[in-house]
Design a protein around this ligand. Structure first.
Ligand code: DAH
Length: 355
């Protein structure tokens, strides 16, 4: 028994993986293991012999089992330690530029826009991309029979049991309503985000981005709207002589309404902002319609405000000279490396928009 004990404990200590350990277990305690065979002989012993051999054999079996368990745990710890050492990674190291990802121009421009409007006291709000009919249309003074419902090429969700259908929001304007209901008057915020319309060509993709903006107070006028937008364009395009043109227009949710164009030149296929004889439309705007204020829980006899909606993709293409909108969403690494921005140098009011 003493010999068996020494032999198996040594074999356990020598086992250096789980398979070797299992072989030792079978050799000692398996059906035909040496300890098991000895135990089977107990039946043939005299009662006196059995009285001493029985407990001794049981103790041997327990000791071997305990040694097996301890060795197994030690092997597991060693394997884990080895893996931890091999897979060690210093996450505080700066990324190597060629390996690091880049910030997508849409994300960069959204940050730039938020930075500029934050400096003018605007907060940032977000709303759901799957929107209900009321927020996307009715609350914005677009009744069911209004032609702009069909003009917007809306994507509809499957109807619910009660017959109502949600839509993929066709613009960021529904966030105006959500923001007004949340904040009450006075308020001032922008709402950037994804919007959806069934449309596809060089300047249209089924998913694109807008930023909505609004300011509500007791005496806000079109003059404030004009100043804010001019201030924004000067800061965003980083060009001193930016010139805007306000053109009378129509939107159901504003009265009066204006579309805004920016002066630019196209020479040799290169677009320049702030000079030349061409005009490029960048946004829609106006004074918020009293019905829209009321839908947002704000009393139009006490408060008034302006709103605007701008295409983020459009101003990103203009500022960074990106000719095809569809490439924005192709996830082509070469395109991302070329047009992407450093992840470590986001825009800020003090250090500048792009570095
Ligand atoms: N929602 C309009 C669109 O998607 C853009 C717009 C126009 C937003 C005028 C406004 C606004 O807030 O006042 O075409």
């Amino acid at each position: 028994m003493e010999q068996l004990r020494a032999k198996h404990l040594a074999a356990i200590a020598d086992a250096d993986d789980e398979a070797a350990l299992e072989a030792v277990r079978l050799a000692a305690l398996g059906k035909k293991g040496e300890v098991s065979l000895l135990m089977r002989e107990l039946g043939r012993m005299s009662p006196e012999e059995r009285q001493t051999a029985g407990p001794a054999l049981n103790a041997l079996k327990d000791e071997v089992n305990a040694a097996l368990a301890a060795r197994k745990a030690a092997l597991g710890d060693a394997a884990l330690a080895e893996r931890l050492a091999a897979e060690w990674l210093d996450v505080t190291l700066p990324p190597r530029p060629r390996l690091a990802g880049t910030i997508h121009p849409i994300s960069q421009v959204t940050e730039e826009v938020a930075t500029i409007f934050a400096a003018m006291g605007f907060g940032v709000k977000e709303g759901p991309q799957i929107e209900d009919d009321w927020h996307n249309f009715d609350a914005l003074n677009i009744p069911p029979e209004h032609p702009s419902r069909t003009e917007m090429d809306t994507f509809y969700m499957a109807p619910k049991a009660d017959g109502t259908r949600h839509v993929l929001r066709t613009h960021t304007s529904p966030v105006q309503i959500r923001g007004m209901l949340e904040e009450g008057a006075p308020c001032r915020f922008i709402c950037p985000g994804r919007v959806y319309r069934s449309d596809y060509d060089q300047t249209h993709t089924p998913m694109f981005h807008q930023v909505e903006g609004l300011a509500i107070d007791r005496a806000i006028s079109m003059a404030n709207l004009k100043w804010v937008l001019e201030e924004f364009c000067r800061a965003f395009f980083e060009v001193e002589g930016v010139e805007l043109r306000f053109r009378a227009s129509h939107f159901p949710f504003t009265e009066p309404s204006a579309e805004v164009d920016i002066r630019c030149s196209w020479t040799g296929g290169v677009l320049k902002i702030g000079e030349g004889d061409d005009w490029l439309e960048i946004l829609g705007s106006g004074m918020i319609h009293p019905k829209v204020l009321r839908a947002g829980g704000i009393d139009p006899d006490q408060w008034q405000g302006f709103a605007f909606g701008m295409g983020i993709d459009r101003i990103a293409m203009l500022k960074y000279g990106i000719p095809d909108l569809r490439a924005f969403f192709d996830s082509d690494l070469r395109w991302l490396r070329h047009y992407g921005f450093s992840a470590l140098e986001g825009p800020s009011a003090h250090a500048g928009l792009t570095r």
